[in-house]
Design a binder for this molecule. Structure first.
Ligand SMILES: [Zn+2]
Length: 338
């Protein structure tokens, strides 16, 4: 159940490349979001150094002069360099498993190496695609979180409504023998399982092939007083070369709260990072019923174009559906922290 970070699957990449790692970081039982995201190189996870600072607290001191990175914690001193695998650990020269770098203006350092040197325990859980860090070295909660148990207490009051678009007499987009309604339902079911395993209460507006009215879908979410509403769709266009993902939201004027727009940004970010496809961005759609009538942050995720031959071939695969569900799952978990 608990595997080491070294087994993170990275396919078709040059091992020396930095790639975006769509994972969660859980430190001392709490989810730790990183705005700059996480990277991996040689299957090693790198995290922003200020994220480590937030995990280890004020006694974690660090400095960066544009090249040299110094970390001071208790009597431990680590000196490393961007684009360089060498690390001065006290007076010992060691070779890092990945080279520190700068990404989105953040200094990125190898998580496991630094955390373990500072006395923390680190484990990778493939099941919830999370790196777990215990600064005290106490690890009993690791297996509980992997099984979704402790997260259940973190998220036990959260409700998410998943809305598989169309259904019944309304197939949505149809291309060849593929109907949008069934693609929407497949991804939604995988997403539901992931959220349920993390302790989130999930309600689906339909779990089989049936008609559900648009107002009824919104009303279900309002009655449950849900925290988030996610409608799953696939796109179609007269332009058959169009490919990629977009996220739709209802434009509200109050941006001081966690709005549909902010939720849409998180969803779109994870879809683009995970599916590595064209980014159409987030799009305000004030006229769409499920977005307008819902009283919580709501999005419609358009996972790809069924009208594009190459993309349609991808959309019908288990691999794509798993990745799309994983991206939505990670986005929802991040949004529930807001
Ligand atoms: Zn649709």
């Amino acid at each position: 159940m608990i595997l080491f970070i070294g087994v993170l699957p990275v396919s078709g990449q040059n091992a020396a490349d930095y790639i975006q790692a769509d994972i969660n970081l859980i430190a001392d039982g709490q989810n730790v979001p990183a705005e700059e995201g996480f990277l991996s190189q040689n299957n090693v996870i790198l995290v922003p150094i200020h994220t480590l600072h937030s995990i280890f607290g004020p006694s974690f001191e660090w400095e960066f002069d544009g090249w040299k990175i110094s970390i001071l914690y208790g009597d431990k001193k680590l000196v490393m360099y961007t684009a360089n695998p060498n690390c001065l650990n006290g007076d010992k020269l060691v070779r890092l498993p990945a080279r520190p770098t700068v990404h989105n203006d953040a200094v990125m350092v190898p998580l496991r190496y630094v955390a373990e040197e500072l006395g923390a325990a680190v484990l990778w859980s493939q099941e919830i695609r999370s790196v777990m860090v215990s600064t005290t070295g106490e690890t009993e909660w690791f297996s509980e979180i992997s099984r979704g148990k402790t997260m259940r207490s973190v998220h036990k009051n959260k409700t998410v409504v998943i809305d598989p678009g169309h259904g019944g007499s309304n197939p949505g987009a149809v291309y060849g023998n593929v109907e949008e309604k069934s693609l929407n339902l497949k991804v939604s079911k995988i997403l539901k399982d992931k959220l349920t395993a993390s302790g989130v209460a999930v309600y689906m507006t339909r779990t089989d092939d049936r008609d559900v009215g648009l107002y009824e879908r919104a009303e279900i979410a309002n009655k449950l007083n849900a925290d988030l509403f996610v409608s799953v769709h696939h796109n179609a266009s007269p332009n058959t070369s169009a490919q990629g993902v977009m996220t739709l939201y209802y434009p509200s004027t109050d941006d001081s709260v966690f709005s549909g727009r902010k939720f849409a940004q998180i969803v779109q970010k994870h879809l683009v990072n995970t599916l590595k496809t064209r980014d159409w961005g987030i799009i305000p759609r004030p006229e769409l019923v499920v977005l307008r009538q819902t009283r919580m942050p709501a999005v419609i995720a358009e996972l790809g174009y069924m009208t594009n031959k190459a993309e349609l071939q991808r959309l019908v695969t288990d691999d794509f559906q798993e990745k799309a569900a994983q991206a939505l799952y990670t986005a929802i978990m991040e949004a529930l922290q807001q």
